[in-house]
Design a protein. Structure first.
Lengths: 226, 386
Protein backbone atom coordinates (compact mmCIF):
# COMPACT_ATOMS: atom_id res chain seq x y z
CA UNK A 1 0.00 0.00 0.00
CA UNK A 2 1.12 3.54 -0.69
CA UNK A 3 0.32 6.24 1.80
CA UNK A 4 0.77 9.95 2.17
CA UNK A 5 3.33 10.68 4.82
CA UNK A 6 3.69 14.40 4.46
CA UNK A 7 1.91 17.44 3.07
CA UNK A 8 3.26 20.96 2.72
CA UNK A 9 1.70 24.04 1.23
CA UNK A 10 2.18 27.72 0.64
CA UNK A 11 -0.40 30.39 -0.14
CA UNK A 12 -0.54 34.15 0.14
CA UNK A 13 -1.37 33.98 3.84
CA UNK A 14 1.54 31.80 4.77
CA UNK A 15 2.86 28.29 4.77
CA UNK A 16 2.11 25.09 6.57
CA UNK A 17 2.43 21.38 7.02
CA UNK A 18 -0.45 18.99 7.48
CA UNK A 19 0.88 16.88 10.32
CA UNK A 20 2.74 19.48 12.25
CA UNK A 21 -0.14 21.81 11.54
CA UNK A 22 1.83 24.98 11.90
CA UNK A 23 0.80 27.79 9.65
CA UNK A 24 3.89 29.92 9.21
CA UNK A 25 2.10 33.18 8.68
CA UNK A 26 4.09 36.02 7.30
CA UNK A 27 7.03 34.06 5.97
CA UNK A 28 7.14 34.98 2.35
CA UNK A 29 3.43 35.72 2.43
CA UNK A 30 1.69 38.13 0.13
CA UNK A 31 3.85 37.22 -2.81
CA UNK A 32 6.97 38.94 -1.47
CA UNK A 33 10.26 37.15 -2.01
CA UNK A 34 11.70 36.61 1.43
CA UNK A 35 15.10 35.07 2.00
CA UNK A 36 14.49 31.40 2.71
CA UNK A 37 14.94 30.80 6.41
CA UNK A 38 15.82 27.81 8.55
CA UNK A 39 12.13 27.35 9.31
CA UNK A 40 11.69 26.15 5.75
CA UNK A 41 14.96 24.86 4.26
CA UNK A 42 17.64 22.73 5.88
CA UNK A 43 20.31 24.76 4.09
CA UNK A 44 20.19 27.90 1.95
CA UNK A 45 18.43 27.49 -1.38
CA UNK A 46 20.98 28.71 -3.93
CA UNK A 47 19.85 31.69 -6.01
CA UNK A 48 16.37 31.46 -4.55
CA UNK A 49 15.56 35.05 -5.42
CA UNK A 50 16.38 34.43 -9.07
CA UNK A 51 13.98 31.53 -9.46
CA UNK A 52 10.72 32.06 -11.28
CA UNK A 53 7.61 32.38 -9.07
CA UNK A 54 6.43 28.79 -9.64
CA UNK A 55 9.84 27.40 -8.71
CA UNK A 56 9.85 29.39 -5.47
CA UNK A 57 6.40 28.12 -4.58
CA UNK A 58 7.43 24.56 -5.44
CA UNK A 59 10.57 24.94 -3.30
CA UNK A 60 8.55 25.99 -0.27
CA UNK A 61 5.91 23.30 -0.68
CA UNK A 62 8.44 20.51 -1.20
CA UNK A 63 10.51 21.62 1.80
CA UNK A 64 7.47 21.66 4.06
CA UNK A 65 6.19 18.33 2.76
CA UNK A 66 9.55 16.69 3.44
CA UNK A 67 9.68 18.29 6.87
CA UNK A 68 6.17 17.00 7.51
CA UNK A 69 7.20 13.48 6.52
CA UNK A 70 10.31 13.66 8.69
CA UNK A 71 12.61 13.21 5.71
CA UNK A 72 15.99 14.87 6.03
CA UNK A 73 18.03 16.12 3.11
CA UNK A 74 21.41 17.74 2.82
CA UNK A 75 23.77 19.39 0.38
CA UNK A 76 25.99 16.32 0.35
CA UNK A 77 23.48 13.57 -0.32
CA UNK A 78 20.80 12.55 -2.80
CA UNK A 79 17.36 11.09 -2.18
CA UNK A 80 15.96 8.08 -4.05
CA UNK A 81 12.77 10.00 -4.65
CA UNK A 82 11.09 11.42 -7.75
CA UNK A 83 8.72 14.31 -8.34
CA UNK A 84 5.64 14.78 -10.52
CA UNK A 85 3.95 18.15 -10.76
CA UNK A 86 0.95 19.73 -12.37
CA UNK A 87 -0.84 23.07 -12.65
CA UNK A 88 -3.51 24.74 -14.72
CA UNK A 89 -1.51 26.57 -17.34
CA UNK A 90 1.86 24.89 -17.78
CA UNK A 91 4.56 27.56 -18.08
CA UNK A 92 2.30 30.18 -19.69
CA UNK A 93 3.28 33.10 -17.46
CA UNK A 94 6.98 32.34 -17.88
CA UNK A 95 6.48 32.01 -21.64
CA UNK A 96 4.93 35.46 -21.83
CA UNK A 97 7.66 36.95 -19.60
CA UNK A 98 10.43 35.45 -21.75
CA UNK A 99 8.96 36.39 -25.11
CA UNK A 100 8.02 39.96 -24.13
CA UNK A 101 11.51 40.48 -22.72
CA UNK A 102 12.98 39.20 -25.99
CA UNK A 103 10.77 41.51 -28.03
CA UNK A 104 11.63 44.49 -25.84
CA UNK A 105 15.28 43.91 -26.73
CA UNK A 106 14.36 44.47 -30.36
CA UNK A 107 14.53 40.72 -30.99
CA UNK A 108 18.27 40.79 -30.54
CA UNK A 109 18.89 39.54 -27.02
CA UNK A 110 17.10 36.74 -25.28
CA UNK A 111 17.77 35.81 -21.70
CA UNK A 112 18.66 32.22 -20.93
CA UNK A 113 17.69 32.62 -17.28
CA UNK A 114 14.13 33.42 -18.40
CA UNK A 115 14.10 30.81 -21.16
CA UNK A 116 14.83 27.89 -18.83
CA UNK A 117 11.55 28.48 -17.01
CA UNK A 118 9.53 28.17 -20.22
CA UNK A 119 9.40 24.43 -19.63
CA UNK A 120 6.67 23.34 -17.21
CA UNK A 121 9.07 20.77 -15.77
CA UNK A 122 11.66 23.40 -14.76
CA UNK A 123 10.23 24.18 -11.29
CA UNK A 124 10.46 20.45 -10.57
CA UNK A 125 14.06 20.54 -11.77
CA UNK A 126 14.93 23.36 -9.37
CA UNK A 127 13.41 21.32 -6.55
CA UNK A 128 15.34 18.22 -7.66
CA UNK A 129 18.62 20.13 -7.55
CA UNK A 130 18.10 21.60 -4.08
CA UNK A 131 16.61 18.53 -2.42
CA UNK A 132 18.75 16.01 -4.33
CA UNK A 133 15.84 14.15 -5.95
CA UNK A 134 17.28 11.47 -8.24
CA UNK A 135 14.07 9.70 -9.16
CA UNK A 136 11.73 10.20 -12.13
CA UNK A 137 10.75 13.82 -12.80
CA UNK A 138 8.01 15.07 -15.08
CA UNK A 139 5.14 17.51 -15.47
CA UNK A 140 1.63 16.29 -16.26
CA UNK A 141 -1.65 17.90 -17.05
CA UNK A 142 -5.03 16.75 -18.26
CA UNK A 143 -8.67 17.56 -18.14
CA UNK A 144 -9.57 15.31 -15.21
CA UNK A 145 -8.91 15.54 -11.51
CA UNK A 146 -5.39 17.01 -11.19
CA UNK A 147 -4.50 15.34 -7.91
CA UNK A 148 -5.73 11.95 -9.04
CA UNK A 149 -3.70 12.34 -12.22
CA UNK A 150 -0.38 12.96 -10.47
CA UNK A 151 -0.96 10.61 -7.58
CA UNK A 152 -1.89 7.70 -9.82
CA UNK A 153 1.21 8.37 -11.89
CA UNK A 154 3.38 8.61 -8.79
CA UNK A 155 1.96 5.36 -7.41
CA UNK A 156 2.53 3.58 -10.72
CA UNK A 157 6.11 4.83 -10.75
CA UNK A 158 6.72 3.57 -7.23
CA UNK A 159 5.27 0.15 -7.97
CA UNK A 160 6.87 -0.47 -11.35
CA UNK A 161 10.10 1.53 -11.21
CA UNK A 162 10.90 0.42 -7.68
CA UNK A 163 11.21 3.98 -6.43
CA UNK A 164 10.53 4.03 -2.66
CA UNK A 165 9.07 7.52 -2.48
CA UNK A 166 7.64 10.19 -4.74
CA UNK A 167 6.57 13.80 -4.40
CA UNK A 168 3.39 14.87 -6.15
CA UNK A 169 2.32 18.48 -6.21
CA UNK A 170 0.23 21.24 -7.68
CA UNK A 171 2.52 24.21 -8.24
CA UNK A 172 1.16 27.60 -9.30
CA UNK A 173 2.62 31.12 -9.17
CA UNK A 174 0.62 32.14 -6.11
CA UNK A 175 0.16 28.87 -4.27
CA UNK A 176 1.47 25.33 -4.13
CA UNK A 177 0.81 22.08 -2.34
CA UNK A 178 3.01 19.00 -2.26
CA UNK A 179 2.40 15.45 -1.02
CA UNK A 180 5.02 12.88 0.00
CA UNK A 181 3.99 9.40 -1.11
CA UNK A 182 5.77 6.42 0.40
CA UNK A 183 5.45 2.70 0.33
CA UNK A 184 4.22 1.48 3.70
CA UNK A 185 7.43 -0.36 4.39
CA UNK A 186 9.34 2.87 3.88
CA UNK A 187 7.25 5.07 6.18
CA UNK A 188 7.31 2.73 9.14
CA UNK A 189 7.03 4.77 12.33
CA UNK A 190 5.92 7.86 10.49
CA UNK A 191 2.46 9.27 10.50
CA UNK A 192 0.19 9.50 7.54
CA UNK A 193 -3.31 10.51 6.74
CA UNK A 194 -4.87 8.76 3.84
CA UNK A 195 -4.17 6.34 1.11
CA UNK A 196 -3.86 7.93 -2.29
CA UNK A 197 -7.24 6.72 -3.48
CA UNK A 198 -8.82 9.13 -1.03
CA UNK A 199 -6.50 12.00 -1.83
CA UNK A 200 -8.14 12.63 -5.16
CA UNK A 201 -11.28 13.60 -3.30
CA UNK A 202 -9.50 16.70 -2.03
CA UNK A 203 -9.78 18.52 -5.32
CA UNK A 204 -13.30 18.15 -6.49
CA UNK A 205 -11.70 17.69 -9.88
CA UNK A 206 -10.52 21.28 -10.17
CA UNK A 207 -7.28 23.18 -9.94
CA UNK A 208 -8.19 24.96 -6.72
CA UNK A 209 -5.25 24.81 -4.36
CA UNK A 210 -6.95 26.86 -1.66
CA UNK A 211 -9.75 24.33 -1.51
CA UNK A 212 -7.28 21.46 -1.36
CA UNK A 213 -5.36 23.13 1.45
CA UNK A 214 -8.50 23.83 3.41
CA UNK A 215 -9.55 20.20 3.18
CA UNK A 216 -6.03 19.00 3.91
CA UNK A 217 -5.85 21.02 7.11
CA UNK A 218 -8.86 19.11 8.42
CA UNK A 219 -7.33 15.70 7.89
CA UNK A 220 -6.83 13.52 10.94
CA UNK A 221 -3.56 11.89 11.74
CA UNK A 222 -3.35 8.13 11.47
CA UNK A 223 -0.66 5.67 12.32
CA UNK A 224 1.31 4.12 9.55
CA UNK A 225 0.20 0.55 9.03
CA UNK A 226 2.71 -2.21 8.37
CA UNK B 1 24.48 -15.44 -34.20
CA UNK B 2 21.08 -15.94 -32.56
CA UNK B 3 20.98 -14.50 -29.07
CA UNK B 4 18.41 -14.99 -26.35
CA UNK B 5 15.38 -12.76 -26.60
CA UNK B 6 14.77 -10.79 -23.42
CA UNK B 7 11.56 -11.51 -21.57
CA UNK B 8 10.21 -8.67 -19.47
CA UNK B 9 7.97 -9.63 -16.55
CA UNK B 10 4.23 -9.08 -16.53
CA UNK B 11 1.95 -7.89 -19.31
CA UNK B 12 3.92 -7.05 -22.45
CA UNK B 13 3.45 -3.58 -23.97
CA UNK B 14 3.87 -3.82 -27.72
CA UNK B 15 3.89 -1.22 -30.49
CA UNK B 16 1.40 -2.09 -33.22
CA UNK B 17 1.34 1.07 -35.31
CA UNK B 18 3.53 4.16 -35.61
CA UNK B 19 4.51 6.91 -37.99
CA UNK B 20 6.20 10.28 -38.07
CA UNK B 21 6.66 13.60 -39.81
CA UNK B 22 10.15 15.09 -39.82
CA UNK B 23 11.99 17.64 -41.92
CA UNK B 24 12.41 14.82 -44.46
CA UNK B 25 8.64 14.75 -44.86
CA UNK B 26 5.89 12.38 -43.80
CA UNK B 27 6.53 8.69 -43.10
CA UNK B 28 9.08 6.77 -41.16
CA UNK B 29 10.18 4.98 -44.35
CA UNK B 30 11.38 8.29 -45.81
CA UNK B 31 13.21 9.17 -42.61
CA UNK B 32 14.84 5.72 -42.37
CA UNK B 33 16.00 5.77 -45.99
CA UNK B 34 17.53 9.22 -45.62
CA UNK B 35 19.33 8.25 -42.44
CA UNK B 36 20.69 5.10 -44.07
CA UNK B 37 21.74 7.22 -47.04
CA UNK B 38 23.69 9.49 -44.71
CA UNK B 39 21.62 12.53 -45.67
CA UNK B 40 20.86 15.44 -43.36
CA UNK B 41 17.70 17.57 -43.39
CA UNK B 42 19.52 20.37 -41.60
CA UNK B 43 19.87 23.54 -43.66
CA UNK B 44 19.52 27.31 -43.35
CA UNK B 45 16.18 28.32 -41.91
CA UNK B 46 14.09 31.01 -43.59
CA UNK B 47 11.15 30.88 -41.19
CA UNK B 48 12.27 33.92 -39.14
CA UNK B 49 15.19 36.31 -38.99
CA UNK B 50 18.29 34.73 -37.48
CA UNK B 51 20.75 37.61 -37.65
CA UNK B 52 20.87 37.97 -33.87
CA UNK B 53 21.44 34.28 -33.22
CA UNK B 54 24.56 32.15 -33.08
CA UNK B 55 23.26 29.92 -35.89
CA UNK B 56 20.81 29.93 -38.77
CA UNK B 57 20.67 26.15 -39.22
CA UNK B 58 17.83 23.80 -38.33
CA UNK B 59 15.93 20.80 -39.68
CA UNK B 60 12.75 22.64 -40.63
CA UNK B 61 9.92 21.12 -42.64
CA UNK B 62 9.55 23.63 -45.46
CA UNK B 63 5.90 22.84 -46.17
CA UNK B 64 4.80 24.22 -42.80
CA UNK B 65 3.17 27.64 -42.71
CA UNK B 66 4.53 29.74 -39.84
CA UNK B 67 1.96 31.96 -38.13
CA UNK B 68 -0.76 30.72 -40.46
CA UNK B 69 -4.27 29.59 -39.58
CA UNK B 70 -3.02 26.66 -37.55
CA UNK B 71 0.02 25.99 -35.37
CA UNK B 72 2.89 24.11 -37.00
CA UNK B 73 2.54 21.09 -34.74
CA UNK B 74 -1.13 20.81 -35.68
CA UNK B 75 -0.22 20.99 -39.37
CA UNK B 76 2.19 18.08 -38.87
CA UNK B 77 -0.25 16.08 -36.75
CA UNK B 78 -3.06 16.61 -39.24
CA UNK B 79 -0.99 15.16 -42.06
CA UNK B 80 0.04 12.28 -39.82
CA UNK B 81 -3.46 11.28 -38.72
CA UNK B 82 -4.99 11.74 -42.16
CA UNK B 83 -2.97 8.71 -43.17
CA UNK B 84 -3.72 6.63 -40.10
CA UNK B 85 -7.49 6.58 -40.40
CA UNK B 86 -9.01 3.57 -38.71
CA UNK B 87 -5.83 2.30 -37.08
CA UNK B 88 -6.41 4.03 -33.72
CA UNK B 89 -9.21 2.48 -31.64
CA UNK B 90 -11.63 4.92 -30.03
CA UNK B 91 -11.00 3.41 -26.60
CA UNK B 92 -7.26 4.11 -26.66
CA UNK B 93 -5.91 6.15 -23.76
CA UNK B 94 -4.07 9.23 -24.99
CA UNK B 95 -0.72 10.61 -23.84
CA UNK B 96 0.65 13.73 -25.52
CA UNK B 97 4.35 14.55 -25.15
CA UNK B 98 5.65 18.00 -25.94
CA UNK B 99 7.90 20.75 -24.63
CA UNK B 100 6.48 23.87 -26.28
CA UNK B 101 3.55 22.53 -28.33
CA UNK B 102 1.71 25.44 -29.90
CA UNK B 103 3.99 28.21 -28.67
CA UNK B 104 3.75 29.76 -32.15
CA UNK B 105 0.16 30.70 -31.19
CA UNK B 106 1.57 32.64 -28.25
CA UNK B 107 3.98 34.39 -30.61
CA UNK B 108 1.07 35.29 -32.89
CA UNK B 109 -1.03 36.58 -30.01
CA UNK B 110 1.76 38.84 -28.79
CA UNK B 111 3.17 39.92 -32.17
CA UNK B 112 -0.06 40.30 -34.13
CA UNK B 113 -2.71 40.53 -31.42
CA UNK B 114 -4.37 37.50 -32.98
CA UNK B 115 -5.91 35.05 -30.54
CA UNK B 116 -5.08 34.73 -26.88
CA UNK B 117 -1.83 33.58 -25.31
CA UNK B 118 -3.75 31.01 -23.25
CA UNK B 119 -4.51 29.12 -26.47
CA UNK B 120 -0.90 27.94 -26.38
CA UNK B 121 -1.40 25.94 -23.16
CA UNK B 122 -0.61 22.23 -23.50
CA UNK B 123 -4.06 21.26 -22.25
CA UNK B 124 -5.64 23.08 -25.22
CA UNK B 125 -3.46 21.17 -27.66
CA UNK B 126 -4.39 17.95 -25.89
CA UNK B 127 -8.06 18.48 -26.73
CA UNK B 128 -7.23 19.08 -30.38
CA UNK B 129 -5.08 15.94 -30.56
CA UNK B 130 -7.80 13.80 -28.96
CA UNK B 131 -10.25 15.02 -31.57
CA UNK B 132 -7.79 14.55 -34.44
CA UNK B 133 -6.85 11.04 -33.36
CA UNK B 134 -10.50 10.10 -32.85
CA UNK B 135 -10.17 8.82 -29.29
CA UNK B 136 -12.79 9.18 -26.56
CA UNK B 137 -10.22 9.63 -23.78
CA UNK B 138 -9.56 13.25 -22.76
CA UNK B 139 -5.94 12.22 -22.27
CA UNK B 140 -2.97 13.66 -20.45
CA UNK B 141 0.13 15.68 -21.33
CA UNK B 142 3.59 14.65 -20.18
CA UNK B 143 6.36 17.18 -20.36
CA UNK B 144 9.87 16.21 -19.30
CA UNK B 145 11.94 18.59 -21.40
CA UNK B 146 13.71 16.80 -24.24
CA UNK B 147 12.95 13.43 -22.67
CA UNK B 148 9.19 14.08 -22.89
CA UNK B 149 8.26 11.39 -25.37
CA UNK B 150 10.46 8.68 -23.91
CA UNK B 151 8.89 9.49 -20.52
CA UNK B 152 5.46 9.28 -22.20
CA UNK B 153 6.31 5.89 -23.74
CA UNK B 154 7.46 4.70 -20.31
CA UNK B 155 4.19 5.90 -18.80
CA UNK B 156 2.20 4.15 -21.52
CA UNK B 157 4.07 0.88 -21.00
CA UNK B 158 3.67 1.17 -17.23
CA UNK B 159 -0.07 1.75 -17.62
CA UNK B 160 -0.34 -1.41 -19.72
CA UNK B 161 1.95 -3.48 -17.50
CA UNK B 162 -0.14 -2.43 -14.47
CA UNK B 163 -3.30 -3.53 -16.25
CA UNK B 164 -4.83 -0.04 -16.08
CA UNK B 165 -5.34 -0.01 -19.85
CA UNK B 166 -4.68 -2.30 -22.81
CA UNK B 167 -4.30 0.34 -25.51
CA UNK B 168 -2.46 3.68 -25.28
CA UNK B 169 -1.79 6.17 -28.04
CA UNK B 170 1.38 8.22 -27.52
CA UNK B 171 1.59 11.38 -29.63
CA UNK B 172 4.61 13.67 -29.64
CA UNK B 173 5.31 16.98 -31.35
CA UNK B 174 7.42 20.14 -31.32
CA UNK B 175 8.40 22.71 -33.89
CA UNK B 176 11.16 25.20 -34.58
CA UNK B 177 9.86 28.63 -33.63
CA UNK B 178 11.56 31.95 -33.03
CA UNK B 179 10.67 31.52 -29.36
CA UNK B 180 12.56 28.25 -29.03
CA UNK B 181 15.38 29.12 -31.41
CA UNK B 182 16.17 32.37 -29.59
CA UNK B 183 16.20 30.54 -26.27
CA UNK B 184 18.61 27.83 -27.36
CA UNK B 185 20.74 30.52 -28.99
CA UNK B 186 20.91 32.46 -25.72
CA UNK B 187 22.15 29.33 -23.99
CA UNK B 188 24.87 28.99 -26.66
CA UNK B 189 23.58 25.48 -27.35
CA UNK B 190 23.33 25.75 -31.14
CA UNK B 191 25.99 24.63 -33.59
CA UNK B 192 26.87 27.42 -35.99
CA UNK B 193 26.42 24.90 -38.81
CA UNK B 194 24.70 21.53 -38.86
CA UNK B 195 25.01 19.44 -35.68
CA UNK B 196 27.71 16.75 -35.69
CA UNK B 197 26.90 14.36 -32.85
CA UNK B 198 29.90 12.59 -31.31
CA UNK B 199 32.32 14.30 -33.69
CA UNK B 200 35.55 15.78 -32.35
CA UNK B 201 34.53 19.12 -33.89
CA UNK B 202 30.96 19.13 -32.57
CA UNK B 203 29.90 22.42 -31.05
CA UNK B 204 26.17 22.27 -30.48
CA UNK B 205 22.80 21.04 -31.61
CA UNK B 206 20.45 21.86 -34.50
CA UNK B 207 16.75 22.11 -33.75
CA UNK B 208 14.19 20.19 -35.81
CA UNK B 209 10.45 19.97 -36.50
CA UNK B 210 8.73 16.65 -35.84
CA UNK B 211 5.53 14.92 -34.90
CA UNK B 212 4.95 11.22 -34.36
CA UNK B 213 2.61 8.70 -32.86
CA UNK B 214 2.86 5.15 -31.58
CA UNK B 215 -0.07 2.93 -30.75
CA UNK B 216 0.89 0.67 -27.85
CA UNK B 217 -1.19 -2.33 -26.80
CA UNK B 218 -1.01 -5.23 -24.43
CA UNK B 219 0.33 -8.24 -26.30
CA UNK B 220 -2.94 -10.06 -25.63
CA UNK B 221 -5.06 -7.37 -27.26
CA UNK B 222 -2.65 -7.01 -30.18
CA UNK B 223 -2.92 -10.74 -30.86
CA UNK B 224 -6.67 -10.74 -30.40
CA UNK B 225 -6.98 -7.98 -33.01
CA UNK B 226 -4.45 -9.70 -35.22
CA UNK B 227 -2.19 -6.65 -35.23
CA UNK B 228 1.34 -6.71 -36.54
CA UNK B 229 3.73 -6.39 -33.60
CA UNK B 230 6.43 -3.91 -34.50
CA UNK B 231 8.26 -4.31 -31.20
CA UNK B 232 8.02 -4.36 -27.46
CA UNK B 233 8.66 -1.68 -24.84
CA UNK B 234 10.49 -4.18 -22.67
CA UNK B 235 11.78 -1.84 -20.01
CA UNK B 236 12.30 1.75 -18.99
CA UNK B 237 14.21 3.84 -16.50
CA UNK B 238 13.78 7.47 -15.53
CA UNK B 239 16.07 9.50 -13.29
CA UNK B 240 17.33 12.98 -12.56
CA UNK B 241 20.87 14.27 -12.15
CA UNK B 242 19.78 16.64 -9.35
CA UNK B 243 22.75 18.70 -10.38
CA UNK B 244 22.19 21.55 -12.87
CA UNK B 245 19.29 23.07 -14.84
CA UNK B 246 20.90 23.10 -18.28
CA UNK B 247 24.21 21.25 -18.03
CA UNK B 248 24.51 17.48 -17.97
CA UNK B 249 26.10 15.78 -14.98
CA UNK B 250 29.88 15.57 -15.10
CA UNK B 251 29.87 12.13 -13.48
CA UNK B 252 26.93 10.78 -15.55
CA UNK B 253 25.41 9.28 -12.40
CA UNK B 254 21.84 10.22 -13.40
CA UNK B 255 22.08 8.59 -16.82
CA UNK B 256 23.81 5.53 -15.34
CA UNK B 257 20.89 5.19 -12.93
CA UNK B 258 18.37 5.45 -15.79
CA UNK B 259 20.24 2.79 -17.79
CA UNK B 260 20.41 0.44 -14.83
CA UNK B 261 16.72 0.92 -14.09
CA UNK B 262 15.78 0.28 -17.72
CA UNK B 263 17.80 -2.95 -17.92
CA UNK B 264 16.36 -4.16 -14.61
CA UNK B 265 12.83 -3.28 -15.71
CA UNK B 266 13.34 -5.39 -18.84
CA UNK B 267 15.03 -8.23 -16.94
CA UNK B 268 17.83 -7.68 -19.43
CA UNK B 269 21.60 -7.84 -19.18
CA UNK B 270 24.11 -5.65 -20.94
CA UNK B 271 24.86 -8.51 -23.33
CA UNK B 272 21.23 -8.47 -24.52
CA UNK B 273 21.67 -5.01 -26.02
CA UNK B 274 22.67 -4.97 -29.69
CA UNK B 275 22.91 -1.21 -30.14
CA UNK B 276 22.20 2.11 -28.47
CA UNK B 277 20.16 4.93 -30.00
CA UNK B 278 21.70 7.79 -28.04
CA UNK B 279 20.30 11.23 -27.33
CA UNK B 280 23.47 12.47 -29.08
CA UNK B 281 22.59 16.14 -29.46
CA UNK B 282 25.98 17.28 -30.70
CA UNK B 283 26.72 19.48 -27.70
CA UNK B 284 30.15 18.92 -26.19
CA UNK B 285 28.86 18.04 -22.74
CA UNK B 286 25.80 15.92 -23.58
CA UNK B 287 27.66 13.53 -25.86
CA UNK B 288 30.52 13.13 -23.40
CA UNK B 289 28.09 12.53 -20.55
CA UNK B 290 26.36 9.75 -22.49
CA UNK B 291 29.54 7.96 -23.53
CA UNK B 292 30.74 8.04 -19.89
CA UNK B 293 27.45 6.43 -18.85
CA UNK B 294 27.76 3.74 -21.56
CA UNK B 295 31.32 3.05 -20.41
CA UNK B 296 30.11 2.60 -16.85
CA UNK B 297 27.27 0.23 -17.73
CA UNK B 298 28.66 -1.68 -20.73
CA UNK B 299 32.41 -1.47 -20.08
CA UNK B 300 34.32 -3.64 -22.52
CA UNK B 301 31.22 -4.63 -24.49
CA UNK B 302 31.42 -1.50 -26.68
CA UNK B 303 27.87 -1.70 -27.97
CA UNK B 304 27.40 0.26 -31.25
CA UNK B 305 26.03 3.76 -30.58
CA UNK B 306 24.43 6.20 -33.02
CA UNK B 307 22.42 9.41 -33.00
CA UNK B 308 19.91 10.52 -35.64
CA UNK B 309 20.09 14.20 -34.67
CA UNK B 310 22.62 14.98 -37.39
CA UNK B 311 19.86 13.97 -39.82
CA UNK B 312 16.56 15.25 -38.37
CA UNK B 313 17.90 17.72 -35.82
CA UNK B 314 16.95 17.81 -32.18
CA UNK B 315 13.18 17.50 -32.27
CA UNK B 316 12.84 18.26 -28.55
CA UNK B 317 9.73 16.66 -27.05
CA UNK B 318 9.27 14.46 -30.11
CA UNK B 319 12.87 13.19 -30.13
CA UNK B 320 12.32 10.02 -28.10
CA UNK B 321 9.38 8.82 -30.15
CA UNK B 322 11.08 9.50 -33.50
CA UNK B 323 14.17 7.69 -32.25
CA UNK B 324 12.11 4.77 -30.94
CA UNK B 325 10.45 4.27 -34.32
CA UNK B 326 13.83 4.35 -36.08
CA UNK B 327 15.28 1.94 -33.50
CA UNK B 328 12.47 -0.54 -34.14
CA UNK B 329 13.20 -0.28 -37.85
CA UNK B 330 16.87 -0.91 -37.16
CA UNK B 331 15.93 -4.04 -35.19
CA UNK B 332 13.70 -5.23 -38.02
CA UNK B 333 16.35 -4.61 -40.69
CA UNK B 334 19.11 -5.82 -38.35
CA UNK B 335 21.07 -2.74 -39.38
CA UNK B 336 22.57 -0.14 -37.04
CA UNK B 337 22.67 3.18 -38.90
CA UNK B 338 25.72 5.38 -38.75
CA UNK B 339 25.54 8.86 -37.26
CA UNK B 340 24.79 11.37 -39.99
CA UNK B 341 27.30 14.26 -40.07
CA UNK B 342 29.84 12.32 -37.99
CA UNK B 343 33.21 12.69 -39.67
CA UNK B 344 35.81 11.98 -37.04
CA UNK B 345 34.72 10.54 -33.68
CA UNK B 346 35.98 12.41 -30.65
CA UNK B 347 38.75 10.63 -28.72
CA UNK B 348 37.46 7.53 -26.94
CA UNK B 349 34.09 7.83 -28.68
CA UNK B 350 35.56 5.93 -31.66
CA UNK B 351 35.22 2.71 -29.66
CA UNK B 352 31.45 3.29 -29.58
CA UNK B 353 30.34 5.32 -32.60
CA UNK B 354 31.15 4.71 -36.23
CA UNK B 355 30.89 6.43 -39.59
CA UNK B 356 29.77 3.08 -40.99
CA UNK B 357 26.64 0.98 -40.55
CA UNK B 358 26.87 -2.38 -38.85
CA UNK B 359 24.66 -5.39 -38.24
CA UNK B 360 22.61 -6.42 -35.23
CA UNK B 361 22.38 -10.04 -34.16
CA UNK B 362 18.91 -11.57 -34.33
CA UNK B 363 17.17 -11.52 -30.97
CA UNK B 364 19.19 -8.65 -29.60
CA UNK B 365 17.43 -5.59 -28.22
CA UNK B 366 17.97 -1.86 -28.49
CA UNK B 367 18.58 0.71 -25.80
CA UNK B 368 17.38 4.28 -26.31
CA UNK B 369 18.46 7.27 -24.24
CA UNK B 370 17.21 10.82 -23.89
CA UNK B 371 18.18 13.66 -21.59
CA UNK B 372 16.83 17.13 -21.01
CA UNK B 373 16.96 20.37 -19.05
CA UNK B 374 16.51 19.95 -15.30
CA UNK B 375 18.86 16.96 -15.46
CA UNK B 376 16.14 14.60 -16.66
CA UNK B 377 17.30 11.21 -18.03
CA UNK B 378 15.24 8.50 -19.69
CA UNK B 379 16.17 5.10 -21.07
CA UNK B 380 14.03 2.54 -22.90
CA UNK B 381 14.79 -1.09 -23.70
CA UNK B 382 13.19 -2.08 -27.01
CA UNK B 383 12.77 -5.63 -28.25
CA UNK B 384 12.07 -6.41 -31.89
CA UNK B 385 8.81 -7.80 -33.20
CA UNK B 386 8.10 -11.46 -33.65
Amino acid sequence: MISISGIGWTVGEGKGCAIKGFPLHGIGGGGAVEPPGKEIFSFPFKNFGRLDPVSRMAGYAVALALKDAGIEYSQDGKLDMGIIGTNASGSLDSDVRYFRDYLESGRTISRGNLFIYTLPSSPLGEAAIHFGLQGPLYYMTGTGDPLKLIMDAAAETMLLDNVPAMLAGVFEEDAAICFVLMKDGECSGRRYWRDIAQAGQLTGGRFDILEIIEKTSKLKERKCSK
Amino acid sequence: MERRRISAPGVKAVVVSCDMVTAFGRSSDVCWENILGGRSAISRIARFRTKAFVSDYSAALDTLRYHGQESMVMQMLRSLFEQSEGSVPRDAKLILATTKGEVDLLEQAILEGRGDVSESRPSVLLGKVASLAGVDDAGMVISAACASSSAAVAKAAATIRCGHADCVLVVACDSVTEFVFSGFSSLMALDKNAAMPFDKNRSGLSLGDAAAYALIMSEARAKKEDREIIGEIAGWGLSDDANHMTGPSRDSQGMILALQRALKSASAEATDIGFISAHGTGTVYNDAMEIRAFEAVFGELKVPVYSIKGAVGHTMGAAGLIEMIIAFRALKERTVPSTVNLQEPDGDFREWVSVRQCNVNAGQSALLTNAGFSGINAALVLAGGA
